[in-house]
Write a protein of this length. Structure first.
Length: 389
C-alpha cells in the first residue's frame, strides 16, 4: 500500500496527524470548561435554594415564637389588670414599705409600654383606656347628626358633601329602619348594587372595623394620620437609638414635638375617636391620667405639642388634680372643662384595648396581637381578638 500521500516532503512522518490531535484537544478543553461552568451554576443555584429555604424555615419559626410571645403578653396583661383592679393603693403615693423592699409595679392604661423577657424573646404591651373614646352605638342611636358632622369636620377634616355622605351613611347603618337619612344616606338598595353586594347592618355595630363597609368611608378616613398602620413602621430617632441599644421598639412611636406657639393639626381617624363598647358621649370627657396621645387630640383646643408634653409629664408622675401642672400647657382654659375628675387611685374596672408585640431574639421579626377586654375585680371578659399585620 502506498503511504507516500501521508508523508511530508521534509521526511518528518506524522506531522498532519499531530496537528489533528492538537485540534481535538482544544475542543475537549472547551467541553470541559462548559461542563465545569454548568456544574458551577447548578451548585450555586442549589446553594441559593437551600439558603433561602433555611432562612424561610427560620423566619417562620421565629415568627411563630414571636406570635406566642405576644400571646403571652396579652395573658400577662390580663393578670396584671386584675391585680391592679384588686389593689386600692394609689400609684401616686408610695405604700409603707420595709427598708430595702421594692415597690410593686402595677400595670395601668396610659403608662408604659410594659416590657418583659420570655425565654430570650421580648414582649412589649400597651394598654389603652377605651373609656376615653366616644361610644359609636350610643351616639348613632341618639341620631345627633349635627354633632356627628361637627366631629367629622373638626377631628377628621371632612368637608361638604364628603362629610354629609359619611354622617348620613353612619346613621343609616346603625338605625333599624330602611329609610334613607338626608340625601346622602345608604340602605340595602345601595349596598346590594355594589360589585360585591351585602346588606346594611341596621343594628348595633359589633366591631369597629365594620365601618369600612359603610358608604363613603375608606382607609384614610378610618385610620386617619395618627392611627394609620403604615406609619407605625417608621422609625424616629428615639426608636433607632432604642433598637441599636437592644431595647424593643414602642408600639406607638411618640410624635415629634413642634415649636412653641405653633399649632399642629393632626387628622384623626374613626378608629381614634370611636369605640363599639364605649359609653362616652360628645363632646368627649377625657381621663387625663389614662388618655393616649390620639385621645388627647379629641379635646377642643388641644394641640399636638401640648398632648405630647402631657403624656411625657404623666409618665414621670400622675396628675393629682386638674390644677396639678396642667395650667402650664397651651389652651388649658379651653379644654379643662372636658376633663373627667382626676382620680389617682387605680381603676377597679374598665374597658381596655391591649396590644402586645412579641420580638424575636434578634428583634428583626415581630408579631402583634390586639384585643379588647372588660376588666372588673373578679374577671376579665375578652370581646375581640385579632392578629395585627
Amino acid at each position: 500500500m502506498d503511504h507516500s500521500s501521508t508523508q511530508p516532503e521534509d521526511g518528518r512522518p506524522g506531522k498532519i496527524v499531530t496537528g489533528i490531535l492538537r485540534d481535538r484537544r482544544g475542543v475537549a478543553l472547551l467541553l470541559v470548561l462548559w461542563v465545569v461552568t454548568f456544574l458551577a451554576v447548578i451548585c450555586a443555584e442549589l446553594s441559593w435554594t437551600m439558603r433561602t429555604e433555611t432562612a424561610t424555615a427560620r423566619n417562620f419559626k421565629e415568627g411563630e415564637q414571636a406570635y406566642y410571645a405576644a400571646e403571652a403578653g396579652i395573658n400577662r396583661a390580663l393578670i396584671e389588670l386584675l391585680r391592679t383592679a384588686n389593689s386600692s393603693t394609689s400609684r401616686a403615693k408610695k405604700t409603707d414599705e420595709e427598708p430595702g423592699e421594692e415597690e410593686i409595679t402595677y400595670w395601668e392604661a396610659g403608662l408604659g409600654p410594659y416590657s418583659f423577657k420570655l425565654d430570650g424573646y421580648t414582649c412589649e404591651v400597651l394598654i389603652e383606656d377605651e373609656g376615653n373614646k366616644i361610644g359609636i352605638n350610643t351616639m348613632l342611636s341618639k341620631g345627633k347628626i349635627l354633632h356627628l358632622k361637627k366631629l367629622l369636620h373638626d377631628r377628621i377634616g371632612l368637608e361638604g358633601e364628603e362629610r354629609d355622605i359619611v354622617a348620613d351613611a353612619l346613621i343609616d347603618w346603625r338605625d333599624k329602619d330602611h329609610n334613607i337619612t338626608g340625601v346622602n344616606g345608604a340602605e340595602d338598595d345601595y349596598y346590594k348594587s355594589l360589585e360585591q353586594p351585602y346588606e346594611c347592618r341596621d343594628a348595633t355595630i359589633p366591631v369597629l372595623e365594620e365601618l369600612l363597609l359603610i358608604r363613603g368611608i375608606n382607609e384614610d378616613i378610618y385610620y386617619g394620620v395618627a392611627g394609620k398602620p403604615d406609619l407605625k413602621v417608621k422609625l424616629t430617632a428615639d426608636d433607632l437609638e432604642r433598637m441599636l441599644s437592644g431595647a424593643p421598639l414602642s408600639q406607638t412611636p411618640a410624635p415629634e414635638p413642634v415649636e412653641e406657639g405653633e399649632v399642629e393639626q393632626i387628622k384623626l381617624g374613626l378608629v381614634n375617636i370611636f369605640s363599639v363598647n364605649g359609653q362616652g358621649t360628645y363632646p368627649p370627657r377625657i381621663d387625663i391620667n389614662t388618655a393616649t396621645f390620639d385621645q388627647l387630640l379629641l379635646l377642643e383646643g388641644m394641640s399636638a405639642a401640648a398632648a405630647h408634653e402631657i403624656v411625657k409629664a404623666r409618665n414621670e408622675r400622675k396628675f393629682e388634680s386638674k390644677t396639678d401642672r396642667l395650667p402650664e400647657f397651651a389652651n388649658y382654659e379651653v379644654w379643662k372643662g372636658s376633663l373627667k375628675p382626676v382620680n389617682t387611685r387605680r381603676r377597679t374596672s374598665g374597658y381596655y384595648k391591649i396590644t402586645a408585640t412579641g420580638y424575636s431574639q434578634d428583634k428583626l421579626i415581630s408579631r402583634s396581637i390586639s384585643c379588647h377586654v372588660l376588666v372588673s375585680k373578679r374577671r376579665c371578659v375578652v370581646s375581640s381578638w385579632k392578629a395585627v399585620d
